[in-house]
Design a protein around this ligand. Structure first.
Ligand code: MN
Length: 488
């Protein structure tokens, strides 16, 4: 359901501009070994401690394809509802750089392993489908180290040859927010599938961001610039905003955009030209003669399909159907597998809707503040469901529950114990409450008069007094009922 219209446009001197964004995401395949060698992919090891003769491109060495990486790419393709190509081929993408000892990167050019697919974004204005152009397998390069020595640069080849999935999206994103959702959704799908850990700090997920602008109403695409290797969602969003404004300024002054590769300087918060963009023919792609075409049969693909776990979109639909969750609540809960399994444990034993509210508002409030993940939650799913049940059966009010919850955050105790120890049980004896209310009425006869002569707002004054008298433990519904009777 759409209750808010899409409204991301940039206002220029000559009118409104639309921003067109397409992402090429590089996702490191979760695998113990590299794409064409058996070297370890472990992150953070000593430089050059995980380099085989193949990774170092010694003469005469031959690449051997890692079957598991192929399976991971197929899985990811299926997760993106994409076409799996039964025939794909590896090509050499030729360029020279110190961190690329082969002088070429083995990649897939004309025949990628995965074809067109899609990703669904949950935006405040409704869900939006974004097309995937392709997914291909390729090797990562090594890493140049320029900050270790005043005179020399060094190279670490540990990353050389690690398997990457390059996921090329269609230029269908229209705002920094959509880009954020897109990357989060891709990451969530791959984490569900366990095909990429999505750890952006370690560079397991990074993107080249293509940006162009056009006047609102125009159908033609403008010349784009590619911002290389951005490794955080926030940086992607900042880079897009800067870059779109830069292009609009040039165009409005009668200039033209050069198609080029740029980098985002996160300190100066600006994009800078790196080099004019090369076209595919600059790389002299040709089939790698050391590798046979990759042929997959239908049974193989079907077997992988059968092994897939429930994915975010399916889980979202199920939570909405089974638990009556709103699209918004459901999209938060499915964003991470551990969050959704926590939710299901809570909801299964208590109230579905209260479970979602307590998790999203109270629990995430605390976790986000402390920068903690759900797996570090000081409150277990079992105790949260207990707390919700205590609200449901009127043992405590929602307000008191927040006090109990705070104690739980600080020590992960059983909510029932906290309530007993602190005497927080809701006061629900009508006779007791009546006594208290009679006393309040007697000592506030002037206000009773005013109320009776039409000052309706005073009702909440009496409720407040009753709550104060009961130290917040009075059953709010009973208090309301009794007061209405007494003040008639
Ligand atoms: Mn690439």
């Amino acid at each position: 359901m759409t209750d808010k219209v899409f409204d991301y446009y940039l206002e220029g001197k000559t009118g409104r501009w639309e921003v067109i964004i397409g992402l090429e995401v590089h996702a490191q395949v979760t695998s113990n070994a590299k794409l064409f060698s058996s070297s370890s992919t472990k992150f953070g090891s000593d430089p050059n401690s995980q380099v085989s003769l193949v990774d170092a491109a010694m003469p005469g060495m031959l690449p051997v394809i890692n079957k598991y990486c192929v399976e991971q790419a197929v899985k990811t393709g299926l997760g993106l509802k994409a076409k799996i190509n039964k025939l794909s081929k590896f090509d050499r993408k030729n360029y020279f750089y110190a961190d690329l000892p082969q002088g070429y990167q083995i990649s897939q050019f004309k025949f990628p392993i995965v074809g067109e697919g899609k990703v669904i974004l949950d935006m405040p204005y409704g869900s939006k489908e974004v097309g995937i152009e392709r997914l291909h397998l390729e090797q990562d390069a090594g890493k140049s180290l320029h900050d270790q020595d005043p005179q020399n640069s060094f190279v670490d080849l540990n990353r050389s040859g690690v398997a990457l999935m390059e996921i090329v999206g269609k230029p269908e994103l229209r705002s920094p927010e959509e880009v954020g959702q897109y990357v989060k959704k891709l990451r969530s799908i791959m984490r569900y599938l366990n095909t990429c850990d999505g750890n952006m700090d370690e560079g397991s997920l990074r993107a080249d961001v293509n940006v162009s602008v056009r006047k609102v109403g125009s159908r033609n695409l403008g010349t784009r610039c590619e911002i290389k290797n951005v490794n955080s969602i926030k940086f992607m969003q900042q880079a897009i905003e800067y870059e779109a404004k830069r292009q609009i300024e040039i165009l409005e002054e009668g200039g033209a955009i050069d198609q080029e590769t740029r980098l985002f300087d996160t300190k100066k918060m600006e994009t800078r030209s790196m080099r004019s963009k090369e076209d595919a023919h600059d790389y002299r792609y040709f089939p790698d003669p050391d590798l046979l075409p990759l042929e997959l049969d239908q049974d193989y693909i079907e077997a992988i399909k059968k092994s897939l776990p429930e994915l975010p979109d399916e889980k979202k639909t199920r939570l909405m159907n089974d638990f009556g969750l709103s699209s918004y609540d459901a999209s938060i809960i499915i964003s991470d597998q551990e969050i959704s399994s926590y939710y299901e444990q809570v909801a299964k034993n208590s109230d579905y809707k209260l479970a979602a509210n307590w998790m999203i508002v109270e629990l995430f409030g605390v976790l986000n503040k402390d920068n903690k993940e759900i797996k570090d939650s000081p409150v277990t799913a079992k105790n949260l469901s207990k707390l919700i049940n205590l609200i449901k059966d009127n043992t405590i009010s929602g307000k008191i529950a927040k006090i109990v919850f705070e104690d739980m955050i600080n020590g992960n105790q059983d909510p029932e114990e906290i309530i007993n120890k602190k005497g927080l049980k809701q006061q629900s004896d009508p006779k007791e409450l009546e006594k208290i209310i009679d006393k309040i009425v007697q000592s506030n006869l002037d206000k009773v008069e005013q109320y009776k002569s039409g000052k309706d707002k005073l009702f909440s004054f009496f409720v407040g007094q009753a709550m104060k008298e009961t130290q917040g433990k009075g059953n709010p519904k009973l208090i309301n009922d009794i007061l209405k009777e007494k003040l008639k």
